[in-house]
Design a protein around this ligand. Structure first.
Ligand SMILES: Nc1ncnc2c1ncn2[C@@H]1O[C@H](COP(=O)(O)OP(=O)(O)OP(=O)(O)O)[C@@H](O)[C@H]1O
Length: 788
């Protein structure tokens, strides 16, 4: 046997004097520090024979400048076949240590060997079915029944449903669980913890890691849980590491590790500890060892002096009783004080049963390592995950209604609310051409031709009335004001969005201007014009009114020529817009914004759905538990993708049907490719959701991130405003955003009718696919490497 000589551990031989006093202990501690450590042989092989072996573990949280040191050179040895009780005050780092052992957190320095290998490395079985992990959180699916929960974890561990059902009966009676058909969310906290424990016990793992399994469990049941643990470890095949706050319940453990200040105060059998420290209970032992540890630290800090003075210093009665030959010493890992270590004599009780040196796991071969790292998806994992994701989603009726109802309602709202022509805008009219007694804004005018058929002389009268008649066909809320001053005052109060003033001899001046433009004086020209004052605060409205005012004039002029039997086009501006190359003759904003809106709805719903599902899974500890049981990040992501694709197909069909069949959005291109682009865009949103859930720790930060990305994407991807109108730098940014190319591609298919072979169209597909790959890779890497 050998012990680790690098962990600053010294044998206990100097702390054995029964008449020891405070001062002598201090002297001894000081003397020991100066003493040379005797090097002992410690090999990787010896560490790999233990169920768990931790050496010189350092772990800290927080910033480098002000770190919160949790593990401070901790050594731990868990022999195979032992029940190891990990004890310590709340917050001392038990859970942190366990999550490092199961490979979910990384040490800052030090080594961990689990079942002969490094966690996460080949041969360790961690993560994987060789380990049974019950985390501190309940980490179960509320929507599932007890039996379904067992089926999920059983399938992951490679069990058949029949095997699971057989084990469920046993566990239900052992842990006094309610009827297995009961839903987990309807169980009490204590019952849920027992279900969680049974999920860890289900597949008879070699190493059971149980983080506070007996919280909220009554003493009788607690005893039967311990009896069961003792029973399963008897054969030496199963090892148990258990944390608990009930120190005295660990009397049945083979070894207990008392953790304090980032180290072990001791790592011994409970009976050995109690007899050595002449303590009634393990709590007493813990207290006495804590005092000793504080004394070691006292020279550095006097903060704990009060505590030390109030507690009786332990006397150690029979130093020879704990004297151990070097040859008997196992890998000493328990320690207390400043580099004062405890021997592990008690461990002999356990190790005797399992001392037969088992064959070591095969050495890692470099050739197979690469293949092992790729870890292809396992069928039984995927089966369990897809089954779980499917039922988690489809049993949550509220969520289901939301994810189908939201795109439906959004599309209806978009089609009803966006792109329609604003009507009923109040337009103030001051018509000085008619008498003040003429109170009807649509004043009378002669519809016959105002041209003398003999002399061809024009006699234009009340042209303003003719014009207002046409204007009212476009904007029907014309409000007559008696004077320009009143009109301007009222419009300043918001009573009119524009004011049109007709000069007193508007028709005569207009006629003069047309008849003899060369000799028309500026006053005549000024009086021939309609004076327009616009409310420019709303650019969109201003443009539309501007267009109406001008088009109404053209229509009036055309009407005049028609009434005189002249060609209609004679009076219009000599620019004629013929059939458009693409799109409708009357431009439609709904058609312009439609593609972007469709893609945005599908993209961000997928982001919300995926990040929500993943975050819930992670925060409830389910993700952690699944990863420890051997599921890979890739499997988790792909299982979500497969199930959520179903949802997305329904969402896509709903949105497209509403848009194109109900609201007649223009669709002239290939329908199949339109559907495919919408679907892969949703997939892109889904993968972005994975990234969000991996980066963010809480739903709140995920909401901020999703919202923070939603607005820039909306603004920059050309939905609201053409990309060509943006600042050059924004155009570059817009170019690489996931929705820009796809929006343009969809618009080209819908309105231009372009096929997939056109670069603008296929570049949308390529851009979306590239983003999917990027997001997916980032999420897989984050799941794999983002550990505490
Ligand atoms: N991700 C983290 N970031 C920063 N600090 C953390 C993190 N996780 C744990 N800690 C801190 O590390 C310390 C040890 O936490 P840990 O959960 O390991 O303690 P514990 O012994 O299991 O406590 P308990 O018995 O109450 O569960 C605590 O002070 C805790 O606040």
């Amino acid at each position: 046997m050998a012990y680790d000589n690098q962990g600053a551990t010294i044998s206990m031989e100097d702390v054995r004097d029964p008449d020891i006093t405070v001062s002598t202990i201090q002297e001894e501690i000081a003397a020991r520090r100066n003493r040379m450590l005797k090097p002992q042989k410690s090999t990787v092989a010896s560490r790999r024979q233990q169920a768990v072996c931790v050496r010189r573990a350092h772990k800290k949280y927080g910033p480098t400048k002000n770190p919160n040191v949790i593990l401070d050179g901790l050594n731990m040895t868990v022999p195979k076949g032992a029940i190891y009780g990990l004890l310590g005050a709340s917050g001392c780092g038990k859970t942190t240590l366990l999550s490092c052992i199961v490979g979910r957190r990384r040490l800052n320095s030090g080594e961990i060997w689990v079942l002969g290998g490094r966690p996460g490395g080949p041969g360790s079985g961690v993560p994987g079915p060789r380990i049974g992990y019950m985390p501190q959180e309940v980490a179960l699916f509320g929507e599932f029944s007890i039996r379904e929960t067992m089926i999920y974890f059983g399938w992951i561990a490679g069990m058949t449903t029949k095997e699971v059902d057989e084990k469920v009966d046993f566990l239900v009676s052992l842990l006094q669980l309610p009827n297995p058909t009961r839903q987990v969310k309807n169980l009490s906290g204590g019952q849920q913890r027992r279900v969680s424990l049974s999920a860890a016990l289900l597949h008879d793992p070699e190493l059971l890691i149980l983080d506070e399994p007996t919280v909220g469990v009554d003493p009788v049941l607690r005893q039967s849980i311990w009896d069961h643990l003792v029973e399963i470890t008897k054969g030496g095949r199963t090892t148990v590491i258990i944390t608990t706050h009930y120190i005295d319940e660990t009397k049945q453990a083979n070894i207990i590790g008392l953790m304090r200040g980032g180290r072990f105060l001791a790592e011994e059998s409970p009976s050995e500890l109690m007899s050595r420290y002449q303590a009634e209970s393990l709590e007493d032992v813990f207290l006495k060892l804590s005092v000793l540890q504080n004394m070691g630290k006292r020279r550095r800090s006097s903060i704990l002096a009060d505590v030390v003075e109030k507690v009786e210093i332990p006397s150690i009665p029979d130093p020879t009783a704990i004297d151990i030959e070097d040859s008997e010493i196992g890998e000493i890992s328990g320690e207390f004080g400043d580099n004062v270590s405890m021997s592990s004599k008690g461990r002999g009780i356990v190790t005797e049963k399992v001392t037969a040196v088992e064959a070591l796991p095969p050495e890692e071969k470099p050739t197979s390592r690469y293949l092992e790292r790729i870890k292809p998806m396992k069928m039984h994992h995927m089966e369990a995950l897809i089954w779980k994701n499917f039922w988690s989603l489809f049993r949550n009726y509220g969520l289901l209604t939301f994810i189908i109802g939201l795109p439906l309602s959004q599309m209806i709202l978009f089609c009803l609310a966006i792109g329609h022509y604003p009507v009923g805008l109040p337009i103030g009219i001051v018509n000085n051409e008619v008498s003040p007694n003429d109170t009807d804004v649509l004043c009378d005018y002669s519809k016959s031709c105002p041209q003398d058929p003999d002399t061809w002389e024009w006699n234009l009268t009340r042209f303003s009335c003719r014009y207002l008649n046409f204007l009212s066909q476009r904007q029907n809320n014309l409000v007559l004001f008696p004077t320009k001053e009143i009109a301007m005052t009222e419009s300043a109060k918001g009573k009119a969005r524009a004011v049109l003033v007709f000069p007193s001899n508007f028709s005569a001046s207009l006629q003069e201007r047309m008849r003899d433009p060369r000799h028309a004086d500026p006053s005549t020209i000024a009086k021939s014009e309609i004076e327009v004052h616009m409310d420019d605060t709303d650019k969109q409205v201003e443009w539309m009114l501007n267009r109406d005012i001008q088009l109404a004039f053209m229509e009036t002029a055309e009407d005049l020529t028609t009434s005189c039997g002249l060609p209609k086009r004679m009076m219009s501006i000599p620019v004629r817009f013929h059939k458009p190359i693409f799109g409708l003759e009357i431009p439609n904003f709904t058609d312009f914004a439609g593609p972007g809106v469709i893609l945005t709805i599908i993209f961000f719903l997928a982001v919300a759905l995926t990040s929500g599902a993943m975050l819930a899974e992670r925060n409830e500890g389910i993700l952690e538990r699944s990863l420890v049981s051997g599921i890979t990040g890739t499997e988790i992501l792909f299982s979500h993708v497969l199930v959520q694709m179903l949802v997305m197909v329904v969402q896509t069909i709903t949105v497209l049907l509403i848009g194109f069949l109900v609201f007649n959005l223009t669709i002239t291109g290939p329908v199949l490719w339109v559907v495919v682009l919408t679907l892969i865009n949703g997939l892109c949103g889904m993968t972005f959701g994975f990234v969000v859930s991996c980066i963010c720790d809480t739903e709140r930060t995920a909401t901020y991130l999703a919202l923070g990305s939603f607005l820039p994407m909306m603004l920059l991807c050309g939905i609201i405003w053409p990309v060509e109108g943006m600042h050059m730098i924004l155009q570059w940014i817009s170019f690489v955003l996931p929705l820009t190319k796809s929006t343009e591609s969809l618009r080209s298919m819908l309105q231009r009718g372009w096929s997939i072979t056109v670069p603008t169209v296929y570049s949308g597909f390529i851009s979306t696919t590239v983003w999917i790959i990027v997001y997916l890779s980032v999420s897989i890497l984050l799941i794999k490497f983002k550990k505490g």
